[in-house]
Design a protein around this ligand. Structure first.
Ligand code: GLP
Length: 243
C-alpha cells in the first residue's frame, strides 16, 4: 500500500493494530502484539497513544506484547535497552501492564537458553496476532542480518558494521553500539498471523524494492515475507520510489 506520507502510514498501521485489539476483546481473549523498536514505528505508537488518550482507542488492559529483539551487554537500566524503550515509547502510555510486556532476556548468566525461553513464552501466549516490522537499510528484519537462515528462531546474532553505524544515532557513537543482540528469527517472525511492514523515507527504498520484488534469499532477510500468507507492506511515496 503506497500512501502519501509517513502520517498516513502511521494511521493505517494504527487502524490494523486497533482492529486486532478490539476483535480479541470482543471474543474475551487477549490480543498478542509483536512490537518493533527503531524510528519507523514511532509515529504509529504516537497515533495509538493519541487515540487512547482521546478515548477513541480500545482498552489495552488485556493485551500482551513481545518485542522483536534486544541488545546484549548493555548495563542494567540502560535507556537504549529495547524493553525500556518500548515501555517508554508505547506500552506504559496506553496502559499495558509491564508484566505483559516481553522481550528477549539478555541477562548474561542465562543467555544460552534465552532464545528457547523466548520462543516458549510466545507459544504460551498463543502466538503473535499482528507483528509490526521495520526494515534495515541492508534488508534486515528485527536483527536478522543478511545471511540469516529463513527458518531461524530466536538466538544471538552479531551486528554488521552497517547496522551499528545506522543505530549509532541512539548511542552517541558507533563504538558505543553493542556488537551482540538477541533477535527473533525469520522463522519466529513468519509464525505471526499478520505481518505489518512499515517503511518511510528514501533511505529504505532500495531495501524495500529488494524485499518485495527481488528473489527470496537470505541475502535480503526481509524477502522472507514473500512466503507469508498475510503480509501488509505500508510505504510512503519515498520508500516506494524504487518499486
Ligand atoms: C533496528 C531494529 C529493527 C528496525 C531497524 C530499522 O536495527 N532492530 O527492528 O526495523 O533497525 O530501524 P529504523 O526504523 O529506525 O530505520
Amino acid at each position: 500500500v503506497v500512501l502519501d506520507d509517513a502520517a498516513a502510514v502511521a494511521a493505517l498501521a494504527a487502524d490494523a493494530i486497533e482492529a486486532v485489539v478490539r476483535r480479541r476483546a470482543a471474543d474475551n481473549t487477549s490480543a498478542v502484539l509483536g512490537l518493533a523498536t527503531g524510528s519507523t514505528p514511532l509515529a504509529t505508537y504516537e497515533e495509538l497513544i493519541r487515540r487512547a488518550q482521546d478515548g477513541r482507542g480500545p482498552s489495552y488492559a488485556g493485551v500482551e506484547t513481545f518485542n522483536l529483539d534486544e541488545y546484549v551487554g548493555l548495563p542494567d537500566g540502560h535507556e537504549q535497552a529495547y524493553l525500556a524503550t518500548i515501555r517508554r515509547e508505547f506500552t506504559d502510555a496506553v496502559g499495558i501492564p509491564p508484566e505483559r510486556v516481553h522481550g528477549p532476556d539478555p541477562t548474561e548468566a542465562t543467555l544460552p537458553d534465552a532464545g528457547e525461553r523466548y520462543e516458549a513464552a510466545i507459544e504460551r501466549a498463543g502466538g503473535i496476532d499482528v507483528q509490526l516490522l521495520g526494515i534495515g537499510s541492508d534488508g534486515h528484519l528485527a536483527f536478522n542480518e543478511p545471511g540469516s537462515s529463513l527458518a531461524s528462531l530466536t538466538r544471538i546474532k552479531t551486528l554488521t558494521a552497517t547496522t551499528r553505524r545506522d543505530n549509532a544515532r541512539f548511542f552517541g557513537s558507533p563504538d558505543a553500539v553493542p556488537h551482540h543482540v538477541l533477535t527473533q528469527g525469520l522463522g519466529t517472525i513468519s509464525r505471526a498471523g499478520h505481518l505489518l511492514l512499515l517503511a518511510t523515507g528514501e533511505g529504505k527504498a532500495a531495501a524495500v524494492a529488494e524485499a518485495v520484488e527481488g528473489p527470496v534469499s537470505a541475502s535480503c532477510p526481509a524477502s522472507v515475507l514473500q512466503h507469508h500468507r498475510h503480509v501488509s507492506v505500508l510505504l510512503d511515496e519515498a520508500a516506494a520510489s524504487r518499486l
